[in-house]
Write a protein that binds this ligand. Sequence first.
Ligand code: AGP
Length: 610
Amino acid sequence: MCGIIGYSGVENSVPKLIEGLKALEYRGYDSAGIAVFTENGISVVKSKGRIANIEKILDTEYPNLESVCGIGHTRWATHGEPSDRNSHPHGTDRIRLVHNGIIENYIQLKKELSACGYSFESDTDTEIASKLIDLNYKTSGDPIKAIKSTVKKLEGSYALGIIFDKYPGKIFAARKDSPLIVALSENGNFIASDIPAVLKHTNRYYQLEQGEIAIVEKDKVTVYDEFGSVANKEVLTADWDVGSAEKGGYEHFMLKEINEEPLAIVNTIRPRIKDGLPCLDLPHLSDEAIKAFKRVSIVACGTAMHAGFIGRTAIETLARIPVKVEIASEFRYRNPILDKEDLVIIISQSGETADSLAALRLSKERGAHTLAIVNVAGSSIAREADSTLYTWAGPEIAVASTKAYTVQISLMYLIATKFALCNGRITKDKAKEYLHTLLTLSPVAVENALVLSAECAKISEKIKNAEHLFYIGRGIDYDIAQEASLKLKEISYIHSEAYAAGEMKHGTISLITDGVPVIAVCTQDHLVEKMISNIKEVKARGAFVLIICKENMQIDKEVADEVLKIPVLSDLFMPIPAMTVLQLVAYHTSVIRGCDVDKPRNLAKSVTVE
Ligand code: AGP
């Protein structure tokens, strides 16, 4: 989703804004722009397309543009097509504004503004917010009063960065339901949507809370709470270093992040094992509290929801508690039945996904205990949940989630083991065995899976021209198939579907014709024979079959066109190395097809609107 950056300091803001916007590219965008103070008022440069377009305009039309204060934006279109005129910043000669979020009542506000004589250049909801601020600023002459009376009328979500012509050197910021931080450095202060945008300069930051308004100046930051009093803010420190947000020699962030999986597992799991046993260290989730849960719901979106499928299988298998996995955007409008005997686990890499956040709030309202599994420290979901477990994967920049998924499922295994122990379903020795697999064997299995990268590229060669493709599996292999399919389609644009292998013959097998690739995930000993029958069914109808199976499985040559054998763990843990391999298949397919691997079309990293 949109990215915001702002800088007020002693150095030229223009390169800082451009560099900050580039660091936010991973969020997904289709246009960009900046607005900076100059001697002649506020200068705006904006364009459809990549940030390189802005750089070109700066080079040719504004070669000497220097300014110590400005704001910048990458836009992911919601209201109005990607175009120069719809790009941010919006506003008037008096004020310029950048916005992340959605103003839901913009049509009504537009009518009111039209009645006051305003006209509009863009199709955006953001322009309406900017003109409303302009109107209130014209009336009061006071930026804070103008912002306050504006946000009172805004319905929806927003993170705003605003500059006012008569207040050079000051950036005003406000937020509700969209992320925004204020970062502090020796040579000036920043606003940003996310930490990577400022990591080159500082790792110290404030999290702006709901309803707060900040004034950011070169040597001072003042934050007002929703009642207008000066807020006493805690300075947070991000433990991500600059290198972790750079490619470090890899061709793409996605490949780098897949290669970081073994370390991410260790970093996330090791601190949570004491004397070989799980230690969640969550004050509100005592062993007694865990025992009292009658049901678990896992609610999330996309890849994070697919991690929930693995969680369901792990928790139900080990702890024998019923688990439902729900799509957050459906859950929130489904009037879910929840009470204090329910645990709702919200999984989110970014911690800012609008639907997951809404699902969390709804679950709390209904009395369920909420447990967040989140990668970004201090994010909204992490702060609002009753209990939070961080995944310590480091920043994930590629839009396609890889290492975040791997650590999410690793935590699900840890939770399942903990719950099984609390419920008396497994012995301490058994728990130790599972955690040994998780902490010691699985990072090695992933290392060995990474070695198969060239083999994965060969599979990609075979499927690169496919129009349609199927992933099939049974049990936890079907859970894996669903994530593998999403990964492939989001970055290679090949249409793919994941199917429960036994379900194909109930309709979908009619789509199997000569040469249609079917990737069969086959890692479970007790299901392998059933899988082979299903594989034969598609093979008999012309499918080009690729089997992903364990190293120690014997697969009859005639059953498949290609077999890729992957490192072995005990069956329940096979999703860990299997997904690494399937992520690599998706990665190489995207590269071979010449797609933008890290920034696939139409997608955003952090989905902060419904
Ligand atoms: C992952 O590859 C996707 N781009 C996407 O499905 C993502 O997992 C989803 O939007 C949820 O994001 P979150 O984990 O930040 O909540």
